[in-house]
Design a protein around this ligand. Structure first.
Ligand SMILES: [Zn+2]
Ligand SMILES: [Zn+2]
Length: 408
């Protein structure tokens, strides 16, 4: 008996579509309040800036406006899906779609809790000549699962029900408070695998909607199941709530479209693939959960383009009707390749996962401090990962109290 690593298919997050109108329209000014960015914590700081942290200027402003708007829709505060995009500087027609796509890409990777109702976005722009957009409207297009009865609206009751299910995820994250990052990650993996099964019908239909989203993981309903995108987003969401540094990665696994995660533990980045941990053999219709086989994996060949994860042979034994069964999951190589979006979003050092798997150890910085212009740290003797990472704390003479680095 042989278990193939199932081909997990993804919708490809949210695609942006563009509609342009060459009409002379006078734009009326509309103030948009910006909301905050993701926290830039000490755990991920050694890896540089990621996702929206890298955005600046007008792209950052598009990101902020989108986040604020989608958050309000997701929290049931508004049902209309269209908003006027404030243009903080002169933007050409061609740059408008480029900037919007960049902002949209960062948003959907970071906020599954505010993008679960989306299937894409549409831009309509007005201009006299293509070098300067006069005004632009964005329609955040709702998926069929959340569409309202009127055009460009969401169904308020369905949104509220989904938001309530996402809140159940918060409760799961809270259960692991005070545990180590490693214990949290293991716990989140167990919880997600217990809550959902792989949704083969959805993967075959490719229709999008709920099987790609987190409300169907956390709702506790055994009939609502997800594809890889749901697993990866649910894991990311629990990590975010629980204070574990985690990112969503997209690309291919052994050639099939796939979504998985990168998590940082003890100053190193690792691959996490909850979907492939939550196994099920279609031919024999049995669960072949492979606890932690795809959890915090390293790979000898890892680089900023991807890596090959090696999984060991595993025997699963059980008893049924007085008979004993043994099932063998053969050792496998799974080649993960990041797509362009993923490569653009994250730093090379984050994408290049650790050369070896995570091992449980006491993570402790030893020896001399290492420094750069802003930070100092020590390396762990056991794993080589970054430990004791902190910003310099300069005294009155401009010397860091901890590491002795001089202020430049
Ligand atoms: Zn260590
Ligand atoms: Zn220092």
């Amino acid at each position: 008996m042989k278990v193939k690593i199932r081909k997990k298919i993804c919708s490809g997050l949210v695609a942006a579509a563009m509609m342009l109108t060459a009409l002379p329209v006078n734009a009326s000014a509309e103030m948009v309040e910006y909301s905050g960015n993701l926290p830039y914590s000490a755990k991920s700081a050694p890896f540089g800036k990621q996702g929206s942290e890298k955005l600046t200027g007008v792209v950052k402003s598009f990101y902020d406006q989108q986040l604020k708007f989608c958050k309000e829709v997701s929290e049931g505060k508004r049902t209309g899906t269209e908003f006027k995009l404030e243009l903080t500087k002169k933007v050409s027609v061609s740059k408008l779609s480029e900037y919007w796509e960049e902002a949209n890409n960062a948003f959907v990777y970071e906020y599954p809790e505010y993008s679960f109702w989306l299937t894409g976005s549409e831009i309509s722009a007005s201009y006299y000549d293509e070098s300067k957009v006069i005004s632009a409207n964005i329609n955040m297009v709702a998926s069929n699962d959340y569409k309202g009865s009127k055009e460009k609206t969401v169904d308020s009751a369905k949104i509220k029900a989904a938001a309530a299910n996402i809140k159940k995820g918060d409760k799961i994250a809270a259960k692991y408070e005070g545990k180590s990052d490693y214990e949290k990650i293991k716990g989140y993996c167990d919880e997600i695998c217990a809550l959902t099964e792989y949704n083969h019908a959805a993967a075959a239909s490719m229709e999008g909607g709920n099987p790609w989203q987190i409300p169907w993981v956390f709702d506790g309903d055994p009939k609502t199941n997800v594809v890889c995108e749901g697993y990866a987003k649910a894991f990311y969401y629990l990590c975010k709530k629980g204070g574990v540094e985690c990112f969503i990665a997209m690309g291919t696994a052994n050639g099939g479209d796939h979504m998985w995660n990168i998590a940082i533990v003890d100053g190193k980045s690792f691959l996490v693939d909850i979907t492939n941990t939550d196994g099920f053999d279609e031919d024999f219709e049995i669960d072949v959960d492979m606890p932690y086989v795809f959890l915090l994996k390293g790979a000898a060949d890892s680089n900023e383009n991807g890596c090959t994860v090696k999984t060991p042979e595993k025997k699963i034994s059980w008893k049924e009707g007085g008979k004993s069964y043994t099932y063998t999951v053969y050792a496998a190589d799974v080649k993960y390749i990041y797509d362009d979006n993923t490569r653009n979003l994250y730093s090379k050092s984050l994408l290049t996962v650790s050369k070896s798997d995570y091992t449980v150890h006491t993570h402790k910085g030893e020896g001399e401090y290492k420094t750069n212009g802003s930070y100092h740290w020590k390396n762990c003797k056991t794993c080589g990962g970054v430990a004791s990472f902190a910003s310099h704390k300069f005294d009155s003479k401009g010397v860091c109290e901890k590491c002795g680095a001089k202020k430049k």
